[in-house]
Design a protein around this ligand. Sequence first.
Ligand SMILES: [Zn+2]
Ligand SMILES: [Zn+2]
Length: 341
Amino acid sequence: MFCSTKPSKKMMTEILDPDGDVTITCGDTSFRVCSKALSLASPVFAVMLKPSSFREGMLTGDAESANSAVISLPEEYLDAFRMFANLAHHRLSDAGDQPSVVQLDNLALFIAKYDCTNMMKDRGNTWISRTLAEGDVSQEQLWLLLHLAYVLDLDTLVSNLSRTLVQSLAERIRDWEYARANMRTFPDGFLAQLDHIHHTMTVDMEETMIKPIIALSSSSCEGCRAMLSNYIRGLAAAGILRATNKYRRKSVPQILQSVATFGDASYSIHAAYCIEGQASAIPQNKGALLDSLRYHTERAQMCQGCLTGGENCRKHRPGGWKGAIAIMSLLALVVGVGAIC
Ligand SMILES: [Zn+2]
Ligand SMILES: [Zn+2]
């Protein structure tokens, strides 16, 4: 790939098009490229590469030929420009191996700045998916990959990554220092919208766990009262009784894990004998409870529209404030019932 060097400036030259009419320099590397290829892939380059647009200082005098323009890009875009320019010149195998998350982060900023989403979409999708498939991705890395998916307008990945991220945090994402310090090109209100989606999901989960308590608290059947008491003790022992400190510190996966530790003994076979018929309100085993909780985590669908203001999205259900009000009244009840037991 390194076809010639200019020893005097220790500049490495990568020739993407031998007949290229433009030289792009980036740090210690210069690229001989075709202005048409870059212009077709990016409207920003199209404007920059119009001869009439060359501003003073942008066009320098050391072009390799008298007719070749030289444009300098910020050094931090070196890898990103190489990926982009190779794809723009249909040099698919030279677009690079699997980039690191740091390189993908720079690529996201490059794509946002040079408006080349369409050119990078497929390759970006593959790179994000491969990084995820390799596993062991930190929350900070998830955040950066989410930004790239957002810039590339990859709806499914945006939905999956944002859901995984908000679920993994026990705190509000607005309170997560890393996200606040690294907003990249996310729009205003993005963190609030993620919190809103997380809130809706947890309210639904809480409602699921509290439903049996509401149903059985009015029962006069002794068996039902015993089941209710067992159920509440089970929730408390697993650290998932709403309004307790233990519960507040749990992320969504930790809540699901805690339900999995629930002893099936917390449930009763009373359901088959209950004369009042209320006993069926209690899930008959922890598997049933887990299934309905997972349903709510998976139902938290989101897209670019949801995440940039909610009202831009017609695909997914509208906000959960109604649920929040409902849960507050349920909470008042459960605290009362908890005190009785
Ligand atoms: Zn009963
Ligand atoms: Zn949506």
